[in-house]
Design a protein around this ligand. Structure first.
Ligand code: DGY
Length: 324
């Protein structure tokens, strides 16, 4: 019988990482790649030493407190961990790790993609062309908005927001404003060209584009609600690569339908993979299926970062990326 730690990956990972892990651990794969339900997750907690979930798994108290639990470490594949009940993990003495850093630029690139797609109406243009409705070039055809000199406001100013600021400022000449739990260092502010605004309401009111980069969870639930959408400048754009529930989607549909704001670019949704039906009808909504970190290089790096945490834990060393 193998003395290697037993680990379970709740979804398929890149081949390279699955191979790497299989050489070092006794790995259970979810061959179907269908999300596991709570009962299956609870069973897995009894049969493994570590569980490696993703954002599609709800690791709540009932899963963590599974009777006869054997799991000691939750090695999350992803930087965000609002799908894991961290308080319950603390109470039960279960360690949790995540995968920061390795997806920073890839996710910031996707925020920039949404910034360009919304302001230049790229989804709308492609749909028009594919539908055979394009009648040819003309000076007033599908005009968007230029970025140079416009103000990009970031809510949350962690690694991904700062990378987004850097790209928007240095590549597109945007001015940057931000609101976060604390003020960044002067060096970061200077390098990203960012100005701190100490109220979310004020930031919503003065920016041409608002991009969300705060964590999910109770403290940011519907942070962007009907009132805050009303505060936005007419013709402004909203981007979300953070977590869906940060925006009240029903209120966003109303704001987009009335054209109070020009467009929204979304990569995340309140009830993934369900998308609010109102959003699907709107030409001025750019909708991507949670692709923030989806490059082969980054998804492999994320898996390898989980591997590093597993290796450290089972060698009795400190976790590389401890959440708790
Ligand atoms: C992350 O890393 O948080 C991504 O959104 C996937 O979970």
């Amino acid at each position: 019988m193998s003395a290697r730690p037993r680990i379970l990956l709740t979804r398929r990972w890149t081949e390279e990482v699955e191979r790497y892990l299989a050489e070092r651990f006794d790995v259970t794969l979810n061959d179907s790649d269908v999300p596991m339900n709570a009962a299956a997750l609870r069973d897995a907690m009894r049969d493994h030493d570590a569980l490696c979930p993703t954002v599609t798994d709800r690791i709540d108290d009932s899963v963590l407190a599974a009777e006869s639990r054997r799991v000691q470490l939750i090695g999350n594949f992803g930087v965000g961990y609002n799908h894991i009940d961290i308080e319950a993990a603390k109470r039960l003495g279960i360690r949790v790790s995540n995968t920061p850093d390795v997806l920073t630029d890839t996710t910031a690139d996707l925020a920039i993609l949404l910034l360009l797609m919304t302001t230049r109406r790229a989804g709308e243009g492609e749909r028009e062309l594919r539908a055979g409705r394009w009648t040819g070039w003309r000076p007033t055809h599908m005009m968007g908005q230029s970025l140079a000199g416009k103000v990009l406001g970031l809510i949350g100013f962690g690694r991904i927001a700062q990378a987004t600021a850097r790209k928007a400022h240095h590549a597109f000449g945007m001015r940057i404003a931000y609101n976060g739990r604390r003020r960044a260092s002067t060096a970061v502010e200077q390098e990203t060209g960012a100005e701190f605004i100490d109220s979310v309401d004020e930031l919503m009111a003065v920016c041409d584009v608002v991009s969300l980069h705060c964590p999910g969870g109770a403290s940011t639930f519907h942070l962007v609600n009907a009132e805050r959408l009303r505060l936005m400048k007419p013709g402004a754009v909203l981007i979300n690569t953070a977590r869906g529930p940060v925006i009240d989607e029903a209120a966003l549909v109303t704001a987009l339908t009335g054209r109070h704001i020009a467009a929204a670019g979304l990569d995340v949704y309140e009830e993934e993979p369900r998308v609010h039906p109102g959003l699907l009808q709107l030409e001025n909504a750019v909708l991507l299926p949670h692709l923030g970190s989806a490059t082969v290089e980054t998804r492999t790096a994320m898996g390898m970062r989980v591997a590093q945490n597993l290796e450290a834990y089972f060698a009795g060393a400190p976790l590389r990326d401890p959440v708790v």
